[in-house]
Unconditional design. Structure first.
Length: 508
């Protein structure tokens, strides 16, 4: 097992190689703990409210300049950022593992996702198109244009400590906006590392990238609140729990700002009689156990047809009993730690509630073999439930998979939709009618609906987000970029008459 100083040394080495000023991560008021061992690896400095407001002010000044830089040039800045991320992929991925506890390939995958969205944004920088519409008036043109929105505030969760910023920032930069980021208080180091890479890209880009184009605020909710309440931030993109989004959404709406809310999920997969069970088993295992159950798209409910229930549940029980758990820096285990003790307690509470509601629980206990006693590793839990009650309708951010049985597809879809959250969903079937029914208007009510895949592991090409208590926001691909711009409708009269719309007469 790594001793305390070795992990801290690794962190310092990685931060140095990523170009982070050591003064930012030493001697501060906020200890940073690695979930791998539970030890403190750095001390960062919280931003004061005054510093936060000054950062927003400088971002606003930067926006006033940046909006004048042609969009394809702004794309060049994001291309340079992508290059920095490519060069830093190993180091940054390692830091994600150390700070968020992800296994190595997922830490690297998160950085790959940042690179992918930069590529998408570069292409987009030449495609920020508006429409032209036929005008009802002679010699008139009707069109819409998309203009930069202003400062975009990004509030992010611990579990995607860097990718979430990039989904927002890469689009915001090409759209002509400046970005102020309040990362999770649990993962400030990766944020400081990303900011160092942005600054490197900006130096390469030259003086057209204004100071203040990208700013990071360190701290907990109080610092986030400054961003949420500041009228100089027209767009706030907030990723985290539904409880957070409920407050942030209302505060931003109260000042007529726009929010993009990416909140909790309670994702389900339906396994039908015709499903390829081998394929389903692999997808379910990654969806439910991967990232130690700490993805917003983690599979939390499995709805299985009665004819395949016993076979599938028996296979799942074998996987759950044998899946490897351990420190991802020291083993190739598939399951790393929970983020902290509070996450562990939350998991135990949900399991106690499930038992009280008649659930049959396998696993869920703390795992201690060969890992630090100060870290919180768990065996993933598989819970057979007679009905969708108690903890099943809530998101518990830990690896608990509730299994439910169904007889008809209507019943399965009703169960799938019968929770307050609406992020991701999937169906395993080889029956075309079932698949298309699931994807139809009367099927899944989620923002993401997959066929013969799990609920997690989205690609950046599609718009990402969910309905109901997941918040309704969309980020990443498709036309999600429009949320970072303001739409302007233009009517242009190139004739000499002055006809009014709807045939209104007003002759003076
Ligand atoms: P969290 O809600 O505790 O914190 C998220 C962020 O919000 C942090 O930066 C936090 O400091 C900030 N915050 C909290 N209250 C605030 C307030 N009142 N004003 C301003 N900022 C505030 O979430 P977490 O524990 O870090 O992350 C886990 C949650 O995030 C889960 O619910 C998960 O489903 C969700 N999540 C959703 C998505 C998505 O895209 N839908 C992606 C990742 C995580």
């Amino acid at each position: 097992m790594a001793d305390a100083s070795r992990l801290t040394e690794t962190v310092q080495e990685v931060l140095r190689s990523l170009g982070v000023d050591p003064r930012l991560t030493e001697g501060g008021n906020r200890p940073v703990r690695s979930p791998l061992t539970g030890e403190i690896v750095a001390h960062v400095h919280d931003s004061t409210a005054q510093e936060a407001r000054a950062a927003i002010g400088s971002a606003h000044e930067a926006f006033l300049q940046w909006r004048k830089v042609p969009a394809p040039r702004r794309g060049e800045f994001v291309r340079l950022l992508g290059e920095e991320l490519r060069a830093a992929k190993d180091d940054l991925g390692r830091l994600v593992t150390i700070e968020a506890g992800k296994i190595v390939s997922e830490g690297l995958g998160e950085v790959q996702e940042m690179i992918d969205i930069c590529d998408l944004a570069v292409g987009l920088s030449r495609q920020l198109y508006g429409l032209t519409m036929g005008s009802e008036r002679a010699d008139h043109r009707l069109q819409e244009q998309w203009h930069p929105a202003g400062v975009v505030g990004v509030i992010s969760a611990f579990n995607f400590p860097v990718a979430v910023w990039s989904w927002n920032a890469a689009l915001a930069f090409v759209c002509g906006d400046a970005v102020v980021w309040k990362p999770s208080e649990k993962t400030p180091l990766t944020a400081l590392a990303v900011q160092a890479l942005v600054e490197r890209a900006a130096r390469k880009f030259g003086p057209d990238a204004p100071q203040g184009l990208s700013r990071v605020l360190i701290g907990a909710r109080e610092v986030g609140e400054v961003l949420v309440e500041d009228a100089r931030v027209p767009v706030v993109s907030a990723t985290g729990s539904t409880a957070m989004g409920r407050i942030v959404g209302q505060k931003v709406a109260a000042r007529f700002g726009r929010s993009i809310l990416e909140l909790g999920g309670n994702n389900a997969s339906i396994v039908t009689p015709s499903a390829d069970l081998d394929l389903a088993l692999r997808a379910i295992a990654f969806g439910a156990i991967g990232t130690a159950g700490q993805r917003c798209t983690t599979l939390r409910r499995l709805i299985v047809h009665e004819s395949v229930y016993d076979t599938l549940v028996a296979s799942l029980k074998r996987v759950y009993a044998s899946v490897s758990i351990g420190n991802p820096l020291e083993s190739d285990a598939l399951v790393g730690p929970l983020i902290d003790e509070a996450a562990f307690q939350g998991m135990q509470k949900a399991l106690a509630e499930a038992r009280a509601a008649g659930g049959k629980v396998q696993g869920g206990e703390r795992f201690t073999e060969g890992v630090s006693a100060n870290a919180f590793y768990v065996r993933p839990a598989l819970v057979e439930m007679a009905g969708q009650t108690g903890p099943v309708v809530h998101e518990t951010f830990a690896p608990i998979l509730y299994v439910l049985k169904y007889s008809t597809l209507e019943e399965a879809i009703a169960l799938q939709n019968g929770v307050p959250q609406g992020l991701s969903s999937s169906i395993f079937t080889t029956d075309m009618r079932e698949a298309d029914r699931f994807l139809s208007a009367t099927g899944s009510d989620c923002g993401i609906a997959n066929v013969n895949m799990g609920s997690s592991g989205a690609e950046i090409g599609g718009a990402f987000g969910g309905e109901k208590e997941t918040g309704g926001g969309r980020e990443s691909g498709s036309d999600a970029w429009k949320a970072y711009m303001r739409r302007q409708t233009n009517a242009i009269n190139y004739g000499t008459a002055m006809p009014l719309a709807q045939g209104v007469k007003f002759d003076i």
